[in-house]
Design a protein around this ligand. Structure first.
Ligand SMILES: [Zn+2]
Length: 340
């Protein structure tokens, strides 16, 4: 018997459910915008709702957590999660699979791009949350209390943001207890660029650093768009991960070659300005190359940014306005790379 958040499944059973996070009487935006047809029970009071599929395998194995749209406008992972949930035959599963199709439901419904809108909470940067806080903080705390203790491996699917073109990459945690297991899984997937991440406050990164749960964050697609090729890419990642973990068998093949970036540069804006990038996604830059220029609203140059080393561009912001903290360019340093 697989028990999860009040649901009970027999071996070989699959259930579509709506997971609920208690809100302590707080309103959620998803109740303001009626979407009852899309998510049954969405407008019932006092809880935050997330559509999910629970799969109890017929045989023993790992429990895998798959999440999508913790950033609201990142849709390809959401679509891939739905397709994976639909196609998996629970009678052929070894272990259990928790697929949360869409975590940031209120953000999706109210057309936000990133944070949980009620408390502008970044679920990929604010863990472990607060069970007495706003809706976003409560979601994080709910994962910590109810979901992570059940989980052997986490796959979290993302995309670049609006106006943030991105080369497909996989982030994996560098903390020693989970590095090798996470990297082995990353090498089994369909994405060539693998990036060591030292983040500690995102969903998968907090779980890795604090609970020793291995995991991956896969980035594919951008611009709040959901082109089929990006959905297919995320779906292939799900299939290959489940195959690698021995949870479900698929025919898919991993990428033949991987390039590991051990050091990355995440250039952020330190001023409120206009941003004119000089790079493209996937571009190779040389040390000293111009990455972009920031100007004021009259066209006066304020700051020039140059590459601090030879590198490859993961993603960049296309412009124009770049407030303090805005991610301008992220690139991996060539002299830290390893062919795998
Ligand atoms: Zn994201």
């Amino acid at each position: 018997m697989f028990e999860f958040c009040g649901f009970r499944l027999s071996p070989g059973e699959k259930k579509q459910v709506v997971l609920t996070v208690p809100l302590g009487g707080q309103e959620t935006f998803s109740k303001v915008v009626s979407a009852d047809e899309a998510i049954p029970g969405l407008n019932e009071p006092d809880s935050y709702k997330m559509p999910a599929t629970l799969i109890a395998g017929a045989k023993e194995g790992k429990t895998v957590l798959i999440t999508a749209s913790i950033h609201a406008g990142e849709f390809p992972g959401f679509a891939a999660a739905i397709r994976a949930a639909s196609e998996i035959d629970p009678k052929e599963v070894c272990g259990n699979i928790i697929i949360i199709h869409c975590v940031n439901t209120s953000g999706v419904i109210s057309n936000h791009s990133r944070e949980v809108p009620e408390d502008m909470y970044n679920l990929n940067g604010s863990y472990p949350g607060d069970e007495n806080g706003g809706p976003g903080a409560r979601i994080a705390a709910w994962f910590v209390k109810n979901v992570f203790p059940m989980t052997d491996f986490i796959l979290d699917m993302h995309s670049g943001g609006k106006s943030e073109p991105l080369h497909p990459i996989i982030f994996f945690p560098t903390c020693p207890e989970v590095r090798e297991e996470s990297l082995a899984a990353a090498k089994a997937l369909n994405t060539e660029w693998l990036v060591e991440s030292r983040a500690t406050t995102g969903e998968y990164s907090w779980a890795a650093n604090n609970l020793g749960i291995p995991g991956l964050l896969v980035e594919r697609g951008y611009d709040d768009c959901c082109y089929p090729v990006w959905t297919e890419g995320h779906l292939a990642s799900i299939r290959l991960l489940l195959k690698h973990l021995g949870v479900y068998d698929y025919e898919n093949s991993p990428a033949e070659h991987h390039l590991l970036f051990k050091e990355s540069v995440y250039l952020e804006s330190e001023i409120d300005a206009l941003w004119y990038p000089a790079v493209k996604v996937g571009q190779k830059v040389k040390k000293g190359d111009l990455l972009g220029i920031q100007e004021d609203f009259f066209g006066n140059e304020l700051k020039r940014h140059h590459a601090v080393g030879d590198g490859s561009v993961y993603y960049y912001t296309r412009g124009l306005y770049s407030p303090v903290g805005c991610s301008l360019v992220a690139y991996g340093l060539e002299d830290s790379t390893e062919e795998l």
